[in-house]
Design a protein around this ligand. Structure first.
Ligand SMILES: [Zn+2]
Length: 68
């Protein structure tokens, strides 16, 4: 408290403030880049974030968290 919070949650393009969707873009050597997409205007952001090794792009479904 008191100091300015440093986080990125507001879209620079449209000002939407409720956070972002994520995307994964496969690059090479089994790595993927993780980026953010504004759910309001669709602007995507590269935050320079690389994932650990990903063997293949086949997502497995996990638990569904219900909304209540
Ligand atoms: Zn936006």
């Amino acid at each position: 408290m008191g100091s300015e919070d440093s986080y990125f949650r507001e879209c620079i393009n449209c000002g939407y403030q409720r956070g972002f969707h994520v995307y994964f873009k496969e690059i090479k050597d089994g790595k993927a880049r993780l980026g953010l997409i504004c759910p309001s205007c669709g602007q995507s952001y590269d935050i320079g974030w690389l994932t650990a090794d990903i063997g293949e792009f086949e997502p497995k479904k996990e638990k569904v968290y219900e909304d209540h």
